[in-house]
Design a protein around this ligand. Structure first.
Ligand code: SAH
Ligand code: MG
Length: 199
């Protein structure tokens, strides 16, 4: 992987206000991936491919990342970027709305990284659970959404997003099959591990 190119892509994305994964969040995710060495990762929300490229370093041999993005221009940029960084063999980019695409996916995944429309997190969770391997982990970025999720803040524009993020937290923490942690790194990260049923 070309780290220098990756750094350039990161800087350009930040300059263009593309909401790429924050450094402290990446640090936590990287640790999880390093331990797990996943064979398959599903990412919902590619943007320009930054997080997928970072994650690709931690894949098992022959591992792959499937990632979904609905914005055509970002898909084009992401495809250019994965070539530049020389990780195109490890990353499959699917163009379209994840709400429509996910139900057509039949793979199973070690890790699902949710990082797209906040109002759809409960739906993404349902799809992630359907495709998660028995010892899989679901990660959800921006789960605290600038702190709105834990406050009584109810600004009209963000109301649907906040309600759905709260629902995501409730569902993952109350599901007896999951072990969930909510971390205040970056914009908030939810980590949900599927529990071994024999424990
Ligand atoms: N994971 C990226 C950042 C993703 S930003 C990184 O850390 O580098 C969120 C992206 O999700 C945006 O590019 C947005 O266009 C996309 N998105 C939002 N809702 C979506 C949906 N329903 N289906 C597919 N992509 C979606
Ligand atoms: Mg994010």
């Amino acid at each position: 992987m070309d780290k220098q190119e990756l750094q350039k892509i990161k800087e350009k994305a930040l300059k263009e206000h593309i909401p790429i994964i924050m450094d402290d969040t990446l640090e936590v995710v990287a640790k999880i991936l390093q331990e797990k060495r996943p064979t398959r990762i599903l990412e919902i929300g590619t943007a320009v491919g930054y997080s997928a490229m970072c994650f690709s370093e931690y894949l098992a041999e022959n591992g792959v990342i499937d990632t979904i993005e609905r914005d055509e221009q970002r898909v084009t940029q992401a495809k250019e970027n994965i070539k530049k960084v020389e990780v195109e063999e490890k990353i499959n980019i699917y163009e379209g709305d994840a709400v429509e695409l996910l139900p057509t996916f039949q793979e199973t995944y070690d890790i699902v990284f949710i990082d797209a429309a906040k109002g759809k997190y409960p739906f993404f969770l349902k799809e992630a659970m359907r495709m998660l391997k028995p010892d899989g982990i679901i990660l959800a970025d921006n789960i605290l959404y600038k702190g709105y999720v834990l406050s009584d803040y109810n600004l009209h524009k963000q109301r649907t997003a906040v309600r759905n993020l709260r629902e995501y937290i409730k569902e993952t923490t109350e599901n007896p099959d999951l072990e969930t942690q909510i971390l205040e790194v970056g914009d908030g990260l939810a980590i949900s591990r599927l529990k071994n049923k024999n424990e």
